[in-house]
Write a protein that binds this ligand. Structure first.
Ligand SMILES: Cc1cc2nc3c(=O)[nH]c(=O)nc-3n(C[C@H](O)[C@H](O)[C@H](O)COP(=O)(O)O)c2cc1C
Length: 337
């Protein structure tokens, strides 16, 4: 019996639920082709960062100011501003090349925190041919004057602004740190998000005891980290009509199956690709097909969400229930699982 792995994400038809998550591997066309060959159903390109665009535009502005005052003749050696080869320009070329070379959907990614001129790039990414846009809002709030409402408004303003700039589907990638995530998720949907990507994995800084300096430290994820998106996808699935994609901790076929049971429409993979290479996508697809066959599911559609909070035999397990029972299990030395 053949198993139908197809799924719908952001209104796009995907041949299976495996999507390459935004990461630097996707910045090379050769890698993108290898992901497609290995079975990826879609790719999210690495992000174009707000800082990257602002930096480029500031650099161009300073250059023009400086040269036109001091060396007006120098301007004739340089192309028009619009043709300037910025980081943003090469990003748009990547979108175009990916679209020209791949058959699977190509999702562009913008990463920022504020409404500004850079949201125009949403339109330009659409113009370059992207099938959808993922907006990663990566915002670490340190100002004690800023309230939760201020922060939430900032997120929603950004989603509104980007939504108004484009007509392709829009996914919003967020962290889990909201006081009332279900309400916020609904507001994202009302602001025009066609899907949520749960969850951003923020870089955590570390302290180097030799140099006594703080440095950002990237550690690849493990399957243990799957539990956070798993819980929230299960809770949010019955509440939302929009697409839900899981990111963080997807390493094995079992991880993919769990997220689909919780209600994910797509599962995104980054760390596992750094660890194992593009061929890992084939391993995941084979493993997922074997699991579905063993459990006698005919399709991903059939099993999706069957253990979401509304369908699970023990829905309380996604909440606070079992908390004390679980802690009691860890009541003595030697308890490890
Ligand atoms: C090296 C690296 C680069 C990444 N770059 C981006 C990026 O440009 N934009 C983005 O939204 N997420 C980025 N991410 C986050 C991933 O898309 C993903 O959400 C995160 O790593 C969790 O998934 P994982 O457990 O499969 O790694 C990056 C992750 C890694 C490891």
């Amino acid at each position: 019996m053949s198993v139908d792995l197809s799924t719908q994400y952001l209104g796009l038809e995907l041949k299976n639920p495996l999507v390459v998550s935004a990461c630097s591997l996707g910045g090379k066309l050769d890698n993108l082709l290898r992901f497609e060959d290995a079975g990826a159903a879609a790719v999210v390109l690495p992000s174009l960062f707000e800082e990257q665009i602002e930096h480029d535009e500031m650099a161009i502005h300073n250059f023009y100011e400086f040269t036109s005052e001091k060396y007006p003749e120098a301007l004739s050696f340089f192309p028009e501003l619009g043709d300037y080869n910025t980081g943003a320009e090469s990003y748009l070329r990547l979108v175009e090349e990916a679209k020209a070379s791949l058959r699977i959907p190509v999702i562009g990614s913008l990463n920022g925190t504020s409404v500004g001129g850079w949201t125009d790039y949403a339109r330009r990414i659409e113009g370059a041919g992207a099938d959808a846009l993922e907006l990663n809002i990566y915002y670490v709030v340190t100002d004690p004057e800023m309230t939760a409402t201020d922060v939430e408004e900032r997120y929603l303003d950004l989603v509104h602004a980007v939504r108004e700039s484009i007509s392709i589907p829009l996914a919003v990638k967020i962290g889990a740190a909201f006081s009332a995530l279900p309400n916020m998720a609904r507001k994202f949907a009302n602001a025009g998000a066609d899907g949520l990507v749960l969850f951003n994995r923020f870089l955590q800084p570390d302290i180097d005891l030799e140099s006594l300096r703080v440095h950002p430290h990237l550690v690849l994820s493990t399957s243990e980290e799957l539990r956070l998106p798993l819980r929230w996808i299960a809770i949010l699935r019955p509440q939302l009509e929009i697409s839900l994609a899981a990111t963080t901790g997807v390493h094995t076929a079992a991880d993919v199956a769990k997220l689909l049971l919780a209600g994910a429409d797509a599962t995104m993979i980054a760390s596992a690709l750094y660890k194992h290479g593009p061929g890992h996508l084939t391993t995941l697809l084979d493993g997922l097909t074997a699991w579905l066959t063993e459990k006698e599911y005919e399709s991903v559609d059939q099993m999706r969400g069957s253990l979401s909070q509304i369908n699970a035999p023990d829905p309380d397990a996604f909440e606070r229930a079992n908390y004390i029972k679980t802690l009691i299990h860890f009541g003595d030395f030697g308890a490890t699982t």
